[in-house]
Design a protein around this ligand. Structure first.
Ligand code: TXA
Ligand code: MG
Length: 337
């Protein structure tokens, strides 16, 4: 959906619209001015698409929950899949992950480059929990592209970025692809020409055994040669491990009751909007971006409390509300063992 441009509108508003995203998407040159402007926009919580060696990424400040939530809104993604956090180098990556010898060897051999490492999330590292979809792991990579690298240097922080395409569409390898898919929904695109690799990064999980989670721009054989051991296949056999797709994922200890208007005995009520205020609220004003940004924090906090059941107010099934409801339904699903 393309909205009419309103020049300057996005720059004057510190707060970008939630369900209604009206943007004049700016095409920025890949020069010092364009990169400085893009870094400024990221710092304001806006979305900026930028070139990497693989595909164009849709970037947001990975520490800003509302900015990260806007990624899902702009892509019209009905689920909160975890996102890759882009960093300048291995030193920066160590702020966000529990680093290991194997991570060190792979980063030394292949970063910057089309390899993403999934590592245990470092507690208290400041990333929004939405980046990792509330899980205790984080995906990190250092892109090998002069423009992407310059943006990371100018911004000086972690940038969460999925491929810059609407959900379910083909990944963009040119700025014009991004404009065609997301024009009107994001603040800016840095035009860095065609992406040299053209397919997404290879994703390797470094848990007990190194696991190939997604084949990509760096051949698995090359990684295996560097490690001196084969990469395991994901347990599910799926090409991409997307934890958000598991029905059992993120099951809280407490029971969940959805579409609740008021709390019953032994319930804590998580409100939304002015009609259901609750003991806590996802957003008192009914702001879906703010609600998405708070969702995982709130569920963790309420699950740590004494209530036997977490009751949750109705969330409208539009915009980010679909992803919020998807995650709430999974959390409320009957548990297995
Ligand atoms: O080349 C690329 O990787 C591009 C550029 C922009 O860097 N990015 C990209 O992001 O392809 P995206 O969101 O389209 O794919 C990220 C994949 C998802 O399939 C997600 O499930 C997986 O990474 N992922 C992210 N964090 C994860 C985690 N903590 N555990 C397992 N998988 C994770
Ligand atoms: Mg993608």
């Amino acid at each position: 959906m393309r909205h009419q441009a309103r020049r300057g509108a996005t720059r004057d508003k510190g707060h970008i619209g939630l369900d209604e995203i009206h943007h004049d998407t700016r095409m920025l040159a890949a020069d010092a001015d364009g990169i400085a402007e893009a870094a400024l926009l990221l710092g304001q919580g806006a979305l900026v698409a930028f070139p990497t060696e693989t595909v164009y990424g849709l970037g947001a400040d990975a520490r800003n929950g509302e900015a990260v939530a806007r990624i899902f809104a702009a892509k019209d993604r009905p689920q909160f899949n975890p996102l890759i956090v882009h960093v300048a180098d291995a030193e920066a990556a160590q702020h966000y992950a529990e680093w290991s010898d194997m991570a060190d060897r792979l980063a030394a051999a292949f970063w910057p480059g089309p390899l993403t490492l999934v590592l245990p999330l470092r507690a208290g590292c400041g990333l929004s929990p939405l980046v990792s979809a509330g899980q205790p792991s984080v995906a990190l990579r250092a892109p090998d592209h002069p423009v992407g690298a310059a943006l990371l240097a100018a911004f000086g922080g972690p940038v969460a970025a999925p491929s810059a395409n609407p959900s379910g569409r083909i990944s963009p390898t040119r700025a014009a692809h991004v404009m065609a898919g997301l024009g009107g929904r994001i603040a800016a695109i840095i035009d860095g020409g065609a992406c040299p690799v053209g397919v997404e990064s290879t994703i390797v999980g470094l848990g007990d055994v190194p696991t190939l989670l997604r084949p990509g721009g760096l051949p698995a054989e090359v990684i295996e040669a560097a490690l001196g051991m084969p990469l395991a296949a994901p347990v599910s056999g799926a090409a991409v491990m997307s934890p958000g797709q598991l029905a059992s994922h993120y099951a809280p200890r407490a029971r969940m009751r959805l579409n609740a208007q008021e709390a019953r005995a032994d319930e804590v009520l998580l409100g939304f909007g002015p009609d259901v205020r609750g003991d806590y609220t996802l957003s008192a004003s009914g702001d879906l971006v703010a609600a998405a940004a708070r969702l995982f924090d709130m569920l963790h906090e309420l699950d740590a409390g004494a209530a036997g059941t977490i009751a949750v107010a109705p969330i409208p099934e539009r915009g980010l509300g679909r992803a919020i409801n998807d995650r709430l339904r999974r959390a409320a699903a009957p548990r297995g063992e």
